[in-house]
Design a binder for this molecule. Sequence first.
Ligand SMILES: [Zn+2]
Length: 54
Amino acid sequence: MKREKYKVKSGKIERENKACPKCGEGTLLAEHKDRLHCGKCGYTKWKSKKTKKE
Ligand SMILES: [Zn+2]
């Protein structure tokens, strides 16, 4: 198992590619309105470009 090296840097997510961090860079995440979703492993990454009240 690979360790995830996606660390938050200064409040920003470094290298925000549309690749699944679990499946690797070969697997792209499907982009939805507010989130990215991996159809392979089910990983969901929420976009938070704005700080809304949630
Ligand atoms: Zn995945």
